[in-house]
Design a binder for this molecule. Structure first.
Ligand SMILES: NC(=O)C1=CN([C@@H]2O[C@H](COP(=O)(O)OP(=O)(O)OC[C@H]3O[C@@H](n4cnc5c(N)ncnc54)[C@H](O)[C@@H]3O)[C@@H](O)[C@H]2O)C=CC1
Ligand SMILES: O=C(O)C(=O)COP(=O)(O)O
Length: 531
């Protein structure tokens, strides 16, 4: 899948490597940083691509105001500043650069852990202010202490392995990482309730999602060791700032290192008090701020834009891959060449079945079945079927990204399944509405990589099937012979150049006529339905 990307706005301080790479591929780039919200809402109308870091908040009203926006790129990891649900509904792709800044975020975390242990920041400040306070800044060794890592993804595991070199015991929690795989990087996986009383240091490396908001809260802090130290280089909001401040005040928490805050730059009284607390060391969201990480994420986001830019040549696009699709798993599948004809088939089948049932009616139930060798991992074809079904029935902007959401809005219920018992790979779409009707179409992609229609309802077009192309015209009638003559006579009299006729007989007779020329005139013959 590719989209038009002619004008791109970069609204945060992304390394100039991004701008250069895009411009070298003929994409116009405008850099406007720190745009006030009302200006962004105006400005966004002029662009089909937007690139941000964490400063720009790409909220639902930005998507509502955007008339031609197709892609939002995050030159970084966390996408909590982008309303990905609003993006999906609008059919806008969200991309990020996972991994591009992991090492930098990890190294800052490790620096903060050791600074906490040895009061580096406080001692530095004291000496700069003219004091020679050796005694009050006595620290503690990291060796032999227990570090709990919450979130064992890219950054969490890098932090764990580096802190093991200091002699720390590493334990951790992540709902998606098994004990066996945690063991491979020497982290003992435990439940949170086991972790709280054991940890000397707790560092968080999860995304900010509903499940991780206030992960470290008053209840958790009360279960921790006296003097526990907390580090957050992930996202403000994962730690309850008010609870942390209280725990610091009564000594339950012995120190905290924070790179990120609930609001950035911080304004609330609680956050400001937290920042000023003598046992707290802070940095202004610097986790990804290294030359190396910024260069990497800038290049990675530009490369992904080029990989999907329809206005770049196929050869240019083929140089790069899309590695960070956040909101549209189908996009990655659609980029694989062998899937392309199947996606075309699915769209054509969706269009045809929508015509047969005269539009995607509210409450329609759609069952999509893939069958045969190689079809087990092609569940994404269901989305392409929905694009076909909804074509012409929804407002503008229908695509592979928002089709499931728009289908849901239209009351269409979708089920998908795979059956492995057929040698020929096929896709079957059945649409039913209670007892009112049930229709189905089945198709395949042949070795020529073209889509073919095999059956409509109980009528079979034979093993060859009918090539589904723009110039195929389908008719339904009760009997074949007289109707076929009437159809051919009328088509020819209206200028259609017929090259092929296929007939499938079941409860009804289905006639598929292929013309050499594009032919859009209505055919009106009593007793014959034309699709
Ligand atoms: N301060 C900074 O400048 C930077 C901050 N970050 C932040 O760090 C976060 C982590 O980044 P990566 O490691 O690259 O992400 P990742 O996606 O590789 O790892 C996140 C891990 O958190 C786990 N997780 C999800 N819910 C959890 C829960 N309830 N409890 C425990 N673990 C849970 C996931 O299963 C996953 O393994 C990002 O989401 C981003 O917000 C990333 C880069 C720079
Ligand atoms: O990549 C991330 O998740 C970060 O937090 C980095 O944010 P930044 O790009 O430095 O504003």
């Amino acid at each position: 899948m590719s989209v038009s990307l002619r004008n791109v706005l970069i609204s945060d301080a992304v390394d100039s490597a991004c701008l250069e790479l895009l411009q070298n591929h003929g994409i116009n780039v405008t850099c406007k940083y720190k745009l006030p919200k009302d200006q962004l809402l105006q400005e966004i109308k002029n662009y089909d691509g937007l690139i941000v870091r964490s400063d720009t908040k790409v909220t639902a009203d930005v998507f509502a105001a955007a008339t031609s926006l197709r892609v939002v790129g995050r030159a970084g990891t966390g996408v909590d500043n982008i309303d990905t649900e609003a993006a999906t509904r609008k059919g806008v792709i969200v991309l990020n650069t996972p991994g591009g800044n992991s090492i930098s975020a990890c190294e800052l975390t490790c620096a903060l852990i050791s600074s906490l242990a040895r009061n580096v920041a406080q001692a530095c400040q004291s000496l700069k202010e003219g004091r020679w306070d050796r005694k009050i800044y006595t620290g503690s060794e990291l060796s032999g202490k227990t570090l709990a890592v919450l979130g064992l993804g890219r950054i969490g595991r890098e932090v764990a392995t580096r802190m093991q070199a200091y002699g720390m015991k590493t334990i951790g929690f992540d709902p998606l990482v098994s004990a066996e795989s945690a063991k491979q990087f020497n982290v003992e996986k435990m439940e949170l309730e086991e972790i709280w009383p054991l940890a000397d240091y707790i560092t968080v490396h999860t995304p900010l999602i509903p499940q991780t908001r206030n992960l470290i809260n008053e209840t958790a802090l009360n279960k921790c060791k006296h003097g526990v130290r907390i580090i957050n280089v992930a996202r403000g909001g994962i730690i309850d700032e008010a609870a942390l401040l209280d725990a610091l005040k009564d000594g339950k928490c012995g120190g905290a290192a924070l790179d990120v805050f609930c609001e950035e730059p911080p304004k609330s009284a609680i956050t400001l008090e937290l920042i000023q607390h003598p046992a707290v060391i802070v940095t202004p969201h610097l986790g990804a701020s290294t030359n190396e990480a910024q260069q990497r994420v800038a290049v990675e986001i530009a490369e992904q834009f080029i990989a999907i830019a329809a206005n770049c040549s196929a050869a240019e696009r083929a140089c790069y891959t899309v590695t960070g699709v956040v909101n549209a798993p189908i996009l990655a599948a659609a980029m694989v060449q062998t899937n392309t004809p199947w996606i075309s088939l699915s769209k054509e089948m969706g269009k045809l079945i929508a015509k047969i049932i005269q539009g995607a009616k509210l409450g329609t139930y759609v069952s999509i079945k893939t069958n045969g060798y190689g079809m087990e991992n092609r569940k994404f074809l269901g989305t392409a079927v929905l694009v076909g079904m909804l074509t012409g029935h929804t407002k503008n902007g229908l695509n592979l990204i928002n089709a499931p959401a728009l289908a849901k809005d239209a009351g269409i219920e979708v089920s998908q399944s795979y059956e492995g018992n057929n040698e020929v790979p096929t896709l079957t779409v059945t649409v039913s509405e209670g007892k009112n009707f049930s229709h189905s179409v089945q198709g395949t992609v042949r070795a020529d990589e073209l889509p073919y229609l095999l059956t409509i309802d109980d009528a079979n077009f034979g093993p060859t099937g009918v090539l589904l192309s723009n110039n195929i015209h389908i008719f339904q009638c009760q009997n074949c012979t007289t109707n076929l003559t009437a159809i051919i006579t009328q088509l020819t009299s209206k200028g259609a150049n017929i090259i092929n006729v296929a007939i499938a007989t079941g409860k009804n007779v289905w006639i598929a006529v292929r013309t050499a020329n594009e032919f859009t005139d209505n055919i009106s013959i009593p007793g014959i339905i034309s699709f």
